[in-house]
Structure formats: structure tokens, C-alpha cells
Design a binder for this molecule. Structure first.
Ligand SMILES: *[C@@H]1O[C@H](CO)[C@@H](O)[C@H](O)[C@H]1NC(C)=O
Ligand SMILES: *[C@@H]1O[C@H](CO)[C@@H](O)[C@H](O)[C@H]1NC(C)=O
Ligand SMILES: *[C@@H]1O[C@H](CO)[C@@H](O)[C@H](O)[C@H]1NC(C)=O
Ligand SMILES: *[C@@H]1O[C@H](CO)[C@@H](O)[C@H](O)[C@H]1NC(C)=O
Ligand SMILES: *[C@@H]1O[C@H](CO)[C@@H](O)[C@H](O)[C@H]1NC(C)=O
Ligand SMILES: *[C@@H]1O[C@H](CO)[C@@H](O)[C@H](O)[C@H]1NC(C)=O
Ligand SMILES: *[C@@H]1O[C@H](CO)[C@@H](O)[C@H](O)[C@H]1NC(C)=O
Ligand SMILES: *[C@@H]1O[C@H](CO)[C@@H](O)[C@H](O)[C@H]1NC(C)=O
Ligand SMILES: *[C@@H]1O[C@H](CO)[C@@H](O)[C@H](O)[C@H]1NC(C)=O
Length: 402
């Protein structure tokens, strides 16, 4: 009897603690504003809902204990937070979102390997990631407006979306990704950013702006669009690339625009471009050659200061053909392809020795040798329909063709 009166309350207390900790681990949102808050979760092996680090959190926050977060881990606008770390979280099933953390200089997730979505935005004081175990699984990675000089710690093999922009200190990016099923975009990072995708075999869309070099040695297929804009790279080589976009549907463009140091485009296996193949404003690009190119679903649109383009395999250009060069070029064979053989089906312009050149829609050719023949009528078949699809990815292409 005496023993029971002692035991019952003790049992009741243990049950209450267990119930409380189960509740705390499975509540929809765990809000943490201090280390005292964080320590409440130390006995949770997983937190099933979201974790929010409140905007009043300051200094150092350490969340140790949970191995899995079932929802999102959000750290938003905690402008006095200097460090966030966890030595236990291995997986975040939702989004790891860190944004507007003015003072954050340490982000240490020593065992994290899998996250559904990474969004690191506006982290002006974060120079590096301390992801010792390396995140190898993430569907989507956005790193925007940070002080990061490297993304070591992120090494994903399969990814849908990569958005890497406005990281002025980022000078090197290497990814083991074998494929990118939606899009990768690089824009306004460190001067001369060196991008390398040694294993990438296919990607839906790739856009490169402001990069110093790009290595795509294994690339075979671009399902959507591939664009190089305003880069400082001197050469672009995709030795194994056979197709860009889909010729059957006319979707997916290839563009090289405003690359002022570009001297060499080497895509010797490229057979098919679904939409437009555009080359413009690459100031010192002196030669253009696509030795294997047969099918172009949109337009061929080359303007600049180059010798006669080498397109020996051309078989079917559904859109227009606009080639304008400041150098003397030989248009005869192209003219034959536009008039008699039917290889080039859209509006035809080919001219050399021009003082000014323009790409499709941005003006008309002037100067000796300018020839225009419209073999298709209204809305000149320049491949504009497909460009609408490319616009969302590449930006600007539609304007350039309209
Ligand atoms: C960020 O937090 C500060 C104070 O902590 C608050 O005044 C401000 O409204 C917050 N901004 C956003 C966008 O939440
Ligand atoms: C990335 O992962 C690949 C294997 O998937 C490995 O070969 C490579 O060394 C890793 N790189 C980094 C920087 O962790
Ligand atoms: C995508 O790449 C990954 C990593 O190389 C590979 O395991 C996977 O089979 C690829 N998926 C497709 C559909 O190509
Ligand atoms: C390029 O393609 C060839 C032939 O398919 C293949 O043997 C080679 O390994 C590929 N190169 C790379 C870097 O993937
Ligand atoms: C892209 O093309 C590759 C190779 O043909 C194919 O395996 C992949 O499924 C395609 N991806 C998309 C998103 O269409
Ligand atoms: C990338 O290209 C595909 C075509 O394969 C297109 O349907 C899709 O909308 C593009 N993705 C993005 C994110 O723009
Ligand atoms: C262009 O680049 C390719 C591959 O990198 C190389 O083989 C070729 O010699 C270069 N051509 C010129 C004219 O530099
Ligand atoms: C090339 O540069 C000229 C002059 O800056 C500009 O008007 C034109 O739109 C550019 N062309 C393309 C395709 O961006
Ligand atoms: C065009 O290229 C040729 C050969 O490289 C060069 O001599 C000439 O100065 C260039 N013209 C212009 C206007 O850039």
C-alpha cells in the first residue's frame, strides 16, 4: 500500500514527461528563439513538423538532438543571429530556408546529407558553409545574394533546379550532377566564375551569364534551351552534345549573345536544334562552325564579324535564316539552300561586308550583297513560337526575335 502511493505519482510524472516530449516533437511548428528553446528538443529523435528560428533569435543557436526534420527549417530575418549549427540533423524533408540573416557568419550542419529544397538568400556575412558530411541529395538549390566563396558542402548528384546568382565572391562551382531535370541558372556571381559539370549528361535548360569558363565534357542532350549571355569565357566546347530542344515540336533554343571574349564555339556533334540557333554580339568571334548540324526547328540567326559560317550538313531549317557579317562572306550555297533545295524554309537574309549588323527583328540588313527572300508569308517564320518557350528560361530571346 505504502509503496503504491509512492509509485503511482512517480509513474504519472514519467508518463507526463514522455507525453510532453512526444507533443513537443510532433507539434506542427517548433519555434526556437533561444538556446533554451532549442534544448527543449534535445530528446526528440525527430521533429515531425516545421522548425522556425524566430526573427528575435540572436547570437549563437545550436539545435542538437533531432536527426530528422519532417517539415521545413526556416530561419528568416533573424538579423542578430551570428551562428546556427546542428551536429545531429541529417535530413530535412522540406525546405531549408535561410534568408535575410545580416550577421550570420557560421552555418554548420555537420551531418546533414539530404534536403528537399535549399534556399539560401541574402546572407551578406556568410563566407562558407560548414556541411562536413556534404549534402548529396537536394531537388532544388537556390543560392542568391550571399558572401559565399565556395559551395563545398553541397554536392548533389540529381537535381531539378539550380539557381546560383548574385554571389560576388563565388569564383568556383563544381557539380557532380548527372542530370538537371528543370533548369540551372548562373548569373552575376564572382568575376570569372569557373563552372564545371564533369558528369552532366542531360539537362532540361542551362543558362550561363557572367561566367569565366564552363566545362560540360559529358553533355549529350539539352531537352530545353541552352544559353550563354554576357560571359567572359573565351571558348565554349560541348564535344558530346548532339541535340538542343526538340525539333519535332520546335521547342528549345541555343544562344550565344554578348560574350565579348568568345573566340571559339565547338559543338562538333550537334545535329539538331529545336528552336533558334542564335549568335550575336560576340565581338571577337571570327568563325562559326557547326559541322554536324542537320535540323533546326526555328531560325538560324548569326550576326557579327565572322568569316563564312560552316554548316556543311544542314538539311532542314524550318524557320528563317539571317546571317549578317562585317566581313566578306560567301552566301551562294545558302542562297541555293533557301531557293531551290528547300533546306531553308523561312525568310532568308545573308549578307557580308556590312558596316552594321543586326539579329532577327532588330533591324534590316543594309550594305552590299544584302538579299532577302521570304519563302513564307506573314509573321515570318523565324521560329518565334518556340522562342516563347525559351523566354522564361533564357530571358530576352523573344524580344530579340520579335
Ligand atoms: C525583420 O525583423 C525586424 C525586427 O526583428 C522587423 O522590424 C522587420 O519587420 C522584419 N522584416 C521582415 C521582412 O519580416
Ligand atoms: C562530389 O561527389 C563525387 C561523387 O559523387 C565525388 O567524386 C567528388 O569528389 C565529390 N566532390 C566534393 C567536392 O565533395
Ligand atoms: C540522373 O543522374 C543520376 C546521377 O548521375 C543518375 O543516378 C540517374 O539515373 C539519372 N537519371 C536519369 C533519368 O537520367
Ligand atoms: C563522349 O561520347 C563518346 C562516344 O559516345 C564516349 O565514348 C565518351 O566517353 C564521351 N565523353 C564524355 C566525357 O562523356
Ligand atoms: C532529357 O533527355 C534525356 C536524354 O534523351 C532523357 O533521358 C530525359 O528523360 C529527358 N528529360 C526531360 C526532363 O525531358
Ligand atoms: C526547361 O525546358 C523544358 C523543355 O524540356 C520546358 O518545358 C521547361 O519549361 C523548362 N524549365 C524551366 C524551369 O524553365
Ligand atoms: C576550338 O576549340 C576546340 C575544342 O576545344 C579545339 O579543338 C579547336 O582547335 C579550337 N579552334 C580554334 C580555332 O581555336
Ligand atoms: C547587340 O548589341 C546591340 C547594341 O548594343 C543591341 O542593340 C542588340 O539588341 C544586341 N543584340 C542582341 C541579340 O542582344
Ligand atoms: C572584324 O574582324 C577582322 C578580322 O579579325 C578585323 O580585322 C576587323 O578589325 C574586325 N572589324 C571590326 C569592325 O571589329
Amino acid at each position: 500500500m505504502f509503496a503504491q502511493t509512492i509509485l503511482l505519482p512517480a509513474f504519472a510524472i514519467i508518463t507526463a514527461v514522455a507525453a510532453q516530449s512526444a507533443t513537443i516533437c510532433s507539434q506542427p511548428t517548433a519555434t526556437i528563439n533561444s538556446n533554451a528553446d532549442a534544448s527543449q528538443y534535445s530528446s526528440c529523435s525527430s521533429i515531425s513538423g516545421d522548425v522556425v528560428i524566430g526573427s528575435t533569435a540572436s547570437g549563437i543557436i545550436q539545435l542538437d538532438g533531432p536527426e530528422t526534420i519532417g517539415g521545413d527549417l526556416t530561419i528568416l530575418n533573424a538579423t542578430a543571429l551570428t551562428s546556427f549549427s546542428s551536429s545531429s540533423i541529417a535530413q530535412i524533408k522540406g525546405t531549408f530556408h535561410a534568408e535575410d540573416l545580416t550577421l550570420l557568419s557560421t552555418l554548420s550542419m555537420s551531418v546533414l546529407t539530404a534536403v528537399k529544397t535549399i534556399e539560401f538568400i541574402s546572407l551578406p556575412n556568410l563566407g562558407s558553409l560548414t556541411f562536413s558530411s556534404v549534402v548529396t541529395e537536394a531537388n532544388s538549390v537556390t543560392v542568391s545574394n550571399t558572401f559565399l566563396s565556395s559551395l563545398v558542402g553541397l554536392n548533389v548528384t540529381t537535381v531539378q533546379t539550380l539557381q546560383i546568382d548574385n554571389n560576388p565572391h563565388l569564383v568556383e562551382f563544381t557539380s557532380q550532377a548527372g542530370n538537371i531535370s528543370s533548369a540551372a541558372v548562373f548569373d552575376a556571381n564572382g568575376a570569372g566564375l569557373v563552372v564545371s559539370f564533369p558528369s552532366l549528361t542531360w539537362a532540361a535548360n542551362l543558362t550561363f551569364r557572367d561566367v569565366g569558363s564552363v566545362a560540360l565534357p559529358s553533355l549529350q542532350v539539352i531537352n530545353g534551351s541552352l544559353g550563354f549571355y554576357e560571359n567572359t569565357l573565351s571558348s565554349i566546347s560541348c564535344p558530346n552534345l548532339t541535340s538542343v530542344g526538340d525539333f519535332a515540336t520546335g521547342v528549345g533554343s541555343l544562344a550565344f549573345v554578348d560574350n565579348t571574349q568568345l573566340t571559339n564555339i565547338s559543338m562538333n556533334a550537334l545535329k539538331s536544334v529545336g528552336g533558334a540557333d542564335q549568335i550575336a554580339n560576340n565581338t571577337i568571334l571570327n568563325g562559326i562552325s557547326f559541322p554536324a548540324l542537320v535540323d533546326v526547328g526555328g531560325a538560324i540567326d548569326f550576326s557579327g564579324n565572322f568569316t563564312t559560317p560552316q554548316l556543311p550538313a544542314l538539311g532542314n531549317v524550318k524557320g528563317g535564316f539571317n546571317v549578317e557579317s562585317k566581313q566578306a562572306i560567301d552566301c551562294d550555297s545558302f542562297k541555293a539552300e533557301a531557293s531551290s533545295s528547300g533546306v531553308i524554309q523561312g525568310k532568308f537574309v545573308c549578307a557580308g561586308s556590312l558596316s552594321t549588323v543586326s539579329s532577327l527583328g532588330s533591324g534590316t540588313a543594309t550594305g552590299s550583297g544584302a538579299t532577302a527572300t521570304g519563302s513564307k508569308g506573314a509573321a515570318v517564320s523565324y521560329g518565334i513560337n518556340e522562342a516563347a518557350a525559351g523566354l522564361s528560361v533564357l530571358g530576352g530571346l523573344l524580344q530579340m526575335l520579335l
